[in-house]
Structures are given as structure tokens and as C-alpha cells.
Design a protein around this ligand. Structure first.
Ligand SMILES: O=C(O)c1cccc(C(=O)CC[C@H]2O[C@@H](n3cnc4c(=O)[nH]cnc43)[C@H](O)[C@@H]2O)c1
Length: 317
């Protein structure tokens, strides 16, 4: 079992879906309702207790938080990804003992995702006391989760995409001869490989739960694809790509800096291709996301897990 898992989402609706799934939330339209004000402790199916917090310690200017903690066999905290100086990093309540899943709302895009993930990992490392070095963060798994565009026809709307690689698809240079990734420019890398065992176990749990899913690379882009030409160009460069989203590579960069394995799990809300906002199925994707995390919260996240070695990001696909 991974004792401490950090799940990074971009927006609160994604965090709600993930938290509802982890706390045993059932599939269905009622689950789309955002978590609002209510009793401080709300019992949920499966013996979990869902707790809501009115405030969190954040720097002025940070996103107004609506944090939520779910304590039980799995515990979770949803909070905004504001920078918190170490002196203020004391939680208003004690960190729960036992397995913990923290669900973070980090904002949209790879930069926001990297900043928030890195901050969370740093804070967790500081929580270990003065002997903890910067590469010994107590999280043993980081997950980038949310909705995504799916490459057609392999990743249909509502399917879950489990990453076997997280790829920065526009980190490079355009030349008269075409696009060059950073590797070919001689600086940096654009691929994080996900441990095979991790991808396989997640895919297996989804298969057992009869959740339609696809395994493949998830691309990180800074601009949502909006034309058939761009979709074709990405598919040509990344023939196995299953989905595109905007945060995975930022999350993965932060996780790699702390030596923590990372996987990206996405629910397909729209096809990658010509922009047709009316055809986005965000509610359906949120339902799939919630069900996927319901399955993972009762299987992969609580089962014995061999230590996972993060893969060398320089490995080629
Ligand atoms: O254009 C709009 O009207 C619009 C309305 C709601 C959301 C959006 C987004 O662009 C959401 C971006 C958000 O969701 C992920 N995402 C979902 N689909 C895609 C996609 O096809 N390509 C890239 N990212 C996507 C992404 O990770 C962001 O967090 C637009």
C-alpha cells in the first residue's frame, strides 16, 4: 500500500470527483453536485467520514480554498495550491496517522501544476523534521488526475486514460524542417515514464470494475488543441498518444525532483480535434473520474505494493 498519496487536480470540480470516489461515492448525476457547506463531519458509505474545513492558511492572493478532508481507511485533504511558507505550514489540525490521500487543486496548466506539486512535496518533506532531506518527501506516490481530450478513436468520451508516459508535447523548437523536442536540442527531457507495474495495476483495477479505459502516453500541452491539423500533427509525432491535458508534465517534473513515482489518470471529456465546445461531456467525464477513484480507493491504493522505482525520464519511449 502507498502510505501517502498526493493527487493533483487542476480545478475544484475534478478534486470533488476524486474525493467522492475515494470516499465511496456512487456513480450517478447526484455526484456532480459540488461539495458545499454542510455538517463538519459527514458519514459516507464504507465507513468514511467526510470533513469540511472553512479555511486554510494561505498567503494573501492565493486561491480561496474550500478544503475537505476525508478520514477513514483513506484520508484526504482538498486544498488550494497556494504557496505556504514553512513557518505557516502548520495545519490547523493534526496530520492524521495512517494512510493519507491528499487531493490538491493546483490550477490549470503545467506551471501551476508544477508549483503546487512541488510546494506540497516540500511541505511534506519539512513535516518529517530537520533530518529529512529535500529528496525524502513522505509521499510515495503522486497522481495527476482530471479530465482530458482523447485521441480518436482509441480514447472515446467517458473512457479513463491511464498513462504509461507523460509527455511535454510542445517543449521544443519549431524549425523549417519540423518540430524538435528538447532532447534533440540538447537540453532537458520531455518524457516521464510511468512504472509499468503501476500502470498495469491501475488498468487491472479498472478492468475488474468494468470501467472502459485505455493505456498510453498522455500529452501535456499549454494550448487546448482546436483544429484537425494540430490533432493530426500531435498524433503523427506521438502515434501512441491516448490523451492530451495541460498539467501532467508539470506534476511529473515536481515528483521526479523528489524521486517519487508518478502516474496520470484522465477521464476523456472531449475529442482532440476541431474545437466544438458544445460536444464536451464534462459531466460524463467527472462521473468516470469518480468511479475510477472509487475503484482505486478500494484496490490499488490499499493493497500491498512493492516499492516503485521511478523510471529514468531519459529513457526513450
Ligand atoms: O473553452 C471552453 O469553453 C472551456 C470550458 C471549460 C474548460 C475548458 C478547458 O480548456 C479545460 C482545460 C482543463 O481540462 C483539461 N482538458 C480537458 N480537455 C482538454 C483538451 O482537449 N486539451 C487539453 N486539456 C484539456 C486540462 O488539463 C485543463 O485542466 C475550456
Amino acid at each position: 500500500m502507498a502510505d501517502r498519496i498526493l493527487i493533483v487536480t487542476a480545478v475544484a470540480a475534478e478534486a470533488d470527483s476524486v474525493a467522492r470516489g475515494l470516499t465511496g461515492g456512487s456513480r450517478g448525476p447526484s455526484g456532480r453536485t459540488p461539495i458545499g457547506p454542510g455538517p463538519a463531519v459527514q458519514p459516507l458509505p464504507g465507513g468514511y467520514a467526510l470533513r469540511r474545513h472553512a479555511s486554510a492558511i494561505l498567503l494573501p492572493g492565493a486561491i480561496t480554498p474550500s478544503p475537505l478532508s476525508a478520514h477513514g481507511p483513506l484520508s484526504g485533504t482538498v486544498s488550494a495550491g497556494g504557496l505556504v511558507p514553512p513557518a505557516l505550514a502548520q495545519s490547523p489540525e493534526p496530520v492524521p496517522h495512517g494512510p493519507v490521500v491528499d487531493v490538491l487543486v493546483a490550477g490549470v496548466g503545467p506551471a501551476a501544476a508544477a508549483a503546487a506539486t512541488s510546494t506540497a512535496l516540500a511541505r511534506a518533506a519539512l513535516g518529517h523534521g530537520p533530518t529529512a532531506g529535500p529528496r525524502t518527501a513522505p509521499y510515495d506516490l503522486v497522481v495527476s488526475a482530471g479530465i482530458a481530450g482523447g485521441f480518436q478513436p482509441d480514447a472515446p468520451l467517458g473512457a479513463i486514460v491511464v498513462s504509461d508516459a507523460i509527455v511535454a508535447a510542445d517543449l521544443g523548437a519549431e524549425t523549417p524542417d519540423g518540430y524538435l523536442p528538447v532532447e534533440e536540442l540538447g537540453f532537458g527531457h520531455s518524457v516521464h515514464r510511468v512504472p509499468d507495474a503501476l500502470t498495469g495495476r491501475i488498468a487491472g483495477a479498472l478492468a475488474d470494475g468494468v470501467q472502459r479505459h485505455v493505456v498510453g502516453p498522455v500529452l501535456t500541452v499549454s494550448t487546448v488543441t482546436g483544429t484537425a491539423e494540430r490533432a493530426a500533427e500531435l498524433a503523427r509525432r506521438h502515434p501512441r498518444a491516448a490523451a492530451e491535458a495541460m498539467e501532467g508534465f508539470g506534476v511529473a517534473e515536481a515528483a521526479a525532483a523528489y524521486g517519487v513515482p508518478v502516474v496520470e489518470i484522465r477521464a476523456v471529456s472531449n475529442p482532440v480535434g476541431p474545437r466544438d465546445r458544445a460536444n464536451w461531456r464534462i459531466g460524463q467525464a467527472m462521473d468516470s473520474l469518480r468511479y475510477a477513484f472509487q475503484l482505486l480507493g478500494s484496490t490499488v491504493f490499499v493493497e500491498p505494493m512493492d516499492p516503485i522505482d521511478p523510471r529514468d525520464p531519459r529513457e526513450s519511449l
